[in-house]
Design a protein around this ligand. Sequence first.
Ligand SMILES: N[C@@H](CCC(=O)N[C@@H](CS)C(=O)NCC(=O)O)C(=O)O
Length: 207
Amino acid sequence: MILAYWEIRGLAHPIRLLLEYTGTPYKELLYNYEKCSDYDKNEWFKDRYTLGLDFPNLPYLIDGNIKITQSNAILRYIGRKHKMCGDTEEEKVRVDILESQAMDFRMQLENLRLIYLQQLPKTLQLFSHFLDTRRWFAGKKMTFVDFSMYDILDLNCKFLPTCLDPFPNLQEFLTRFEGLKKISAYMNSPRYLPKPVFLKMAKWGTQ
Ligand SMILES: N[C@@H](CCC(=O)N[C@@H](CS)C(=O)NCC(=O)O)C(=O)O
């Protein structure tokens, strides 16, 4: 399996975490983002239309004949292989909701700081309420959306370290996630790529 993305954290972070957690053997192809504004020199722009991707984009995952773009489709593909998409109807619906809700939340993070900060407590309260006393976001078992939620909550803490103070269940979720053996091993490995968070054109998080 090959996972390709810019040499940053970005949208690949939850995918890398899920590949590591599931013990999936994979190779990473890291495109140099320094030259990402230079269409002639950048390796990605050379590869873009030669790989047989239906909708060329980064990240992409190639697993034999299967070629996938869209980060959520990639997460769901790996999740499906490991039965991490919810078991009961209720869990499946929670996964479906959170798959999109987490992406909306991620997009808000790239908004201007002031607007974002005004909305943040309410947004976090909704996620805290949704998690409630559950161990993982869908229920008792981990699903692929926990990886997106971990990433986005962790990014929020980097952005505003006190933001989870009023929400102990979200804090405990982060601690529980980081305490998973495979995850902590990955976080201590040379493969771990926690930053830069975004590409250079993003409004923050490029350091
Ligand atoms: N909705 C897509 C967004 C992908 C996307 O915007 N990729 C950016 C990096 S975060 C990119 O540089 N894509 C390469 C391109 O547009 O050629 C996803 O979730 O995968």
